[in-house]
Design a protein around this ligand. Structure first.
Ligand SMILES: *Cc1c(COP(=O)(O)O)cnc(C)c1O
Length: 397
């Protein structure tokens, strides 16, 4: 495939090791959830220190199962950020519960504000879903303390943050359940895939049942002669991962620590070069908590900058950018659900642009992106000033 972009937003690191792992599974001729998936789960437990890791089809399914295992129902409220991928809120909807949007902290920290979450708690609130935006830890000590005071469960959407930690504790193990994503543009990938983790034996048992039709034994157990019959104890789902993806996941997980460390180095270069080249740009996460996974490099355009034109100017230089995120409460479906305004989320949602960040980038690539940011900004501001001047010219008849 001919590359469309000189520097894409993200890129996957797939090589001969992943190819060999997939071939090995194909040659063993057992494709559905079995030994390789169990080994992938064990690897993930070892990485995070969680007692239980359960592989699932994707992070959206993980969030859905988390809500079911915690017994969210119609009439319950679950507090979520609006500055997230829509799956965080959709998964709450699947259970019948209502997502209640809370604002994020500020222009340096795009994760939930504990103070704003506190404002949204009602007698119906059951839980909080925290998103560790861009792979930087949310303020977990404050959120856990608030949740404890009000008897709420905390679920972590760790889609951006595999391998990240805070105070020496893996993100995804602070709350009752952590939900990871292995979608193709995340820090590690299986194509589609996800992982649940919990330290709670009872929750793990419930999650395990719900992942596989509510059945008390697996095809794999029956194949191995461990079981010949089963009961169904809940109307469960088929949210299992398969052996091919698990095999890719094991290789990707082995690369994760180096890949994350490379991302941190590149992110530090952005933070070093941007202030001099484009002093009017806002650089969130110039200070961070714990050890981040640097999934994204967001910036905030100066107020009043035409973002569409800025992104087009970057594109003209072969550099892909994106927006993380159009706030969920602004989408048609969620506008009907309604809710209070979220000033910080709206401000960030209007000015945020995400720059390329992936382990195979070189320091020279980062310099190119930074130079393009500075150039694009000047170009867009000149166009803007030009238009202003034209408008002020007296009309000549
Ligand atoms: C990617 C992502 C998801 C969804 O993950 P899938 O594995 O694609 O279902 C959920 N939340 C956030 C914050 C994400 O970035």
């Amino acid at each position: 495939m001919k590359p469309v972009w000189r520097i894409p937003l993200a890129d996957i690191d797939l090589g001969p090791e992943e190819e060999a792992a997939v071939l090995e599974v194909l040659r063993r001729r057992w494709l559905s959830m079995g030994e390789v998936t169990a080994a992938f789960e064990a690897d993930f437990s070892a990485l995070t220190g969680a007692r239980h890791a359960l592989a699932v089809t994707n992070c959206t399914a993980a969030l859905h199962l988390a809500g079911l295992a915690l017994d969210w129902r119609q009439g319950d409220e679950v507090i979520v950020p609006s500055l997230t991928f829509v799956a965080t809120a959709n998964a709450v909807r699947y259970t019948g519960a209502t997502p209640v949007f809370a604002d994020v902290t500020g222009e340096n920290d795009f994760s939930l504000s504990a103070a704003d979450v506190a404002e949204r708690i009602t007698p119906h609130t059951r839980a909080i879903i925290v998103v560790h935006y861009a792979g930087h830890a949310a303020n977990m000590p404050a959120i856990m303390a608030l949740a404890e005071r009000h008897g709420l469960d905390v679920v972590e959407d760790v889609a951006h943050a595999p391998g990240a930690s805070l105070d020496g504790q893996a993100l995804g193990t602070w709350g009752r359940i952590g939900c990871f994503s292995f979608f193709a543009n995340k820090n590690m990938t299986t194509g589609e895939g996800g992982m649940l983790m919990t330290d709670d034996d009872g929750l793990a048992e419930r999650l395990r049942l719900l992942r596989s039709h509510g059945m008390t034994s697996l095809t794999w157990d029956r194949h191995k002669g461990h079981a010949w019959s089963y009961d169904v104890v809940a109307p469960g789902y088929n949210y299992r991962l398969d052996e091919i993806r698990a095999a890719i996941g094991r290789v990707q997980l082995a690369k994760l620590e180096n890949a994350n460390s490379r991302r941190r180095t590149l992110d530090a270069l952005y933070r070093e070069f941007l202030p001099a080249a484009a002093p009017s740009i806002g650089i969130p996460y110039s200070t961070t908590r714990g050890i981040p996974s640097c999934h994204l490099r967001p910036v905030l355009l100066p107020k009043g900058t035409d973002r569409t034109q800025f992104m087009a100017a970057m594109k003209a230089q072969g550099i892909q950018t994106s927006i993380h995120y159009p706030p969920v409460h602004g989408f048609s479906y969620y506008r009907q659900v309604g809710g209070p305004s979220l000033p910080v989320t709206e401000e960030i949602g209007a000015r945020e642009v995400t720059l390329p960040l992936y382990p195979a980038m070189t320091p020279a690539d980062v310099e190119s992106v930074v130079a393009a940011v500075a150039g694009s900004l000047t170009e867009v501001q000149h166009q803007f000033n030009g238009r202003q001047t034209e408008r002020q010219l007296p009309q000549v008849k």
